[in-house]
Ligand binder design. Structure first.
Ligand code: NAP
Length: 686
């Protein structure tokens, strides 16, 4: 079978003989793939002309809903990818991480739409005052880049590797060309076929190159973004391509990572933490056959108990059933290819320079239900390096398979030094129940690791594990791990947006951002805004309320109702040494009274008040002072209907400016209400 590339809206078979792709378990030919003759410049141009503008016309909410629809669609189809996944050497558990885990990331990014406005762009942070009179302010907006994202992925995780990246750039509003590794691209291709057939993504939002992709980065331009997952040497070669450097193209690199776990001094044999570490090492070495970027490569243990660690590890690893992924009870499958087995064996020889193999034999092991000479099998292998400050290989050589090295340390300082000798990793685990040990480890080793798992009896029951990057947390690491950063919730989306500072009068910045800025023009509402439906409200629309003079009775009554008898409100004789000149009104009274002034009480389109985003009490309010409120529509956020019975509505953010008789602001807050739409005929989005 010839794999097709998905190019400019069409499935195109590769030219020539292509490269063979073999079943990792049986050695049978599955397909051929290739990328010769592909016009990458034309592909990128097509994405920039079609997918980019289509995605940029959509708001974050619409893009998020598109991801949700896609996630639901693929979730319904997920079982069909498993048989093909087994052919990559993955077991059912490994396939679940790749397939269901990948679709889970799509769901996570779909939900993340709620952290973004219902607009194609994002207003970042708060406005900055740049003038005395408030007529000149600064702000930041973030808009999707006008280019295309090229994702170059490693052979492990052919599905997750694509979806964890694609979900982020699609939410941001950029199209992508995905280039999986030629070793396992047959699985990626199967899913992309379903994505394309579903027509859920706009034309040009996704293209696929199944072959080697040599030359793919040559046509990059300044608006493009590249992500790379793979070996450090390939990454460096691609990152230094002239086009990348000349055009300052962001290049996010995830490379080899000598991840370390540290077993704390207090966690000796027989402690729950000790047992947890043994379990974690076994799980991590055998999941995905150790072909995980997060895999635990170095285990640092107190020198006094180094033998105690080795002893329970052997039977645990020995229990791991190894063989054909579809054979009943098999927990560990094959590497992705026989070439990869040879590659790992070369690395093992390098590790031998400073370490002794203490568990497993690379050429003498049993497999269940398969021929070990035909498949890409390798058993778990544990090395021991008793002199880890001299034997550098343990920290620098990555054998991308089920291989880990055990090393002793004498004290916490040494443990930190050794962990950091990896010169940058994706993840490190510190296994301890001692907060002091954990804190020192985190503070001293965080600059060298992208993620740190603190493992102990309390966190273990629900821990997602050393090996699992989570969509809402940053995935990536410094130094040898590539210096990249992916996912991370909202943070990841920002990699595909250009942040631009904008400066001007608050009215102009309001008009550009569609978010009301303090000092901007307010339009006095003809009707009270609480009488208006969501569609009828306009940013900047304001109601100025009548006034109220605060009395001592207000303060006493509020203290009674709330039970807040703080001395500054209640005792005029206690104020020496404070900033207050007399009994001060409760801040929450000022805000509550403000609500009393601005609320229009009759039943109307406002359904409920569901909280505050920001609130500051900026000036003390004393009895005798007179307060009034300006309530301004600050921002509108559309909401989709959950089901047919749901009320069509949106969120309205209001700026509440409470001022005194001098006109000075005494309290300022953003409150959120849910407001009904006039048109209730809207259909649920997904
Ligand atoms: P690799 O050989 O470096 O390849 C990575 C990707 O680059 C593949 O898609 C490869 O395509 C592509 N590539 C190679 N040369 C290229 C060129 N001239 N132009 C365009 N693309 C090119 O790595 P791998 O063997 O697939 O993966 C294993 C490595 O990945 C390990 O070192 C592992 O540590 C690392 N990894 C790191 C992470 C992480 O997040 N840090 C995650 C997973 C894996 P072909 O395969 O088609 O040649």
């Amino acid at each position: 079978m010839k794999l097709h590339n998905y190019v400019r809206g069409e499935w195109v078979p590769h030219e020539g003989d292509g490269l063979p792709q073999y079943d990792a378990v049986t050695g049978e030919l599955i397909a051929t793939c290739g990328s010769e003759g592909l016009d990458y410049a034309a592909m990128m141009d097509y994405a920039r002309r079609t997918g980019g503008p289509a995605l940029r016309r959509m708001t974050f909410q619409q893009r998020g809903l598109m991801l949700k629809k896609l996630a639901l669609h693929l979730y319904g189809l997920r079982k069909k990818y498993y048989p093909l996944s087994y052919r990559t050497g993955a077991t059912k558990g490994d396939s679940w991480i790749d397939i269901d885990g990948g679709i889970g990331t799509l769901f996570a990014y779909a939900s993340l739409r709620r952290k973004f406005p219902d607009k194609p762009y994002y207003v970042d942070g708060e406005a900055v005052s740049l003038s005395k009179e408030g007529t000149f302010i600064g702000h930041h907006i973030m808009v999707p880049k006008h280019g295309v994202v090229i994702h170059i992925n490693a052979f492990n995780f052919p599905i997750w590797g694509m979806l964890e990246k694609l979900s982020v750039n699609l939410l941001a509003g950029m199209p992508a060309i995905v280039k999986p590794s030629e070793v396992t691209s047959y699985l990626t291709e199967a899913m992309v076929r379903d994505i394309v057939a579903s027509k859920i993504l706009p034309e040009g939002a996704l293209q696929l190159v199944c072959g080697t992709g040599v030359g793919i980065l040559e046509p990059v331009t300044s608006q493009d973004v590249v992500t790379f997952t793979g070996s450090a040497s390939t990454g460096r070669m691609l990152k230094t391509q002239p086009g990348i450097i000349e055009n300052s193209v962001p290049f996010n690199m995830e490379a080899a990572s000598p991840n370390a776990a540290v077993l704390a001094e207090e966690a000796g044999t027989g402690t729950p933490t000790f047992d947890l570490v043994i379990r974690e090492v076994q799980r991590d070495m055998t999941a995905q056959d150790g072909q995980q970027c997060n895999a635990l490569r170095r285990l640092l243990v107190p020198a006094t108990i180094r033998d105690n660690v080795q002893i329970p590890l052997a039977p645990r690893l020995g229990q791991t059933t190894h063989g054909h992924p579809q054979e009943e009870g098999v927990r560990m499958g094959a590497l992705a290819s026989r070439a990869q087995v040879e590659e790992v064996k070369r690395r093992i020889e390098e590790l031998r320079h400073s370490s002794t193999l203490v568990y497993g034999k690379p050429d003498d092991f049993e497999v269940i239900g398969a021929d070990r000479n035909k498949g890409a099998f390798l058993p778990p292998l544990v090395f021991r390096n008793d002199d880890p400050f001299r034997g550098q290989e343990s920290h620098t050589v990555e054998a991308f398979g089920p291989v880990s090295t055990l090393m002793p340390y004498r004290d916490l300082e040494e443990a930190i030094q050794l962990a950091n000798m990896g010169k940058g990793s994706l993840v490190s685990t510190v296994a301890t129940a001692d907060p002091g040990f954990a804190r020192t480890y985190v503070m001293e080793s965080a600059p060298y690791h992208g993620r740190i798992l603190i493992l102990n009896e309390e966190s273990a029951p629900e821990s997602t594990g050393h090996g699992s990057p989570m969509p809402l947390l940053t995935h990536g690491g410094p130094g040898r791990a590539g210096g990249g950063e992916e996912m991370g919730g909202v943070r990841g989306v920002k990699h595909y947006l250009q942040r631009t500072a904008i400066q001007g009068h608050p009215s102009m910045i309001t008009a550009v951002t569609d978010v009301y800025q303090v000092g901007g023009e307010r339009r006095e509402a003809d009707t009270h805004p609480f009488r208006k439906h969501f569609e009828e409200l306009e940013v900047g629309e304001t109601v100025t309320t009548h006034k109220h003079t605060v009395t001592e009775a207000d303060i006493a009554n509020f203290a009674n109702v709330s039970g807040d008898n703080f001395y500054a409100h209640m005792d005029a004789t206690s104020l020496e040494g404070t900033i207050f000149e007399q009994r001060v009104a409760h801040g929450y009274f000022v805000l509550s009274k403000a609500a009393g002034l601005f609320v229009d009480p009759k039943k109307g389109p406002v359904l409920l008040n569901y909280g505050l985003e920001e609130c500051r009490f900026t000036k003390p309010v004393y009895p005798g002072m007179t307060i009034g409120v300006k309530l301004t529509v600050k921002e509108k956020v559309n909401q989709e209907k959950k089901d047919e019975d749901d009320i069509a509505k949106g969120i309205v953010k209001w700026l509440v400016d409470v001022y005194d008789e001098t006109g000075e602001t005494v309290a300022i807050a953003t409150i959120l209400t849910m407001v009904k739409k006039r048109d209730q005929s809207e259909k649920p989005a997904v």
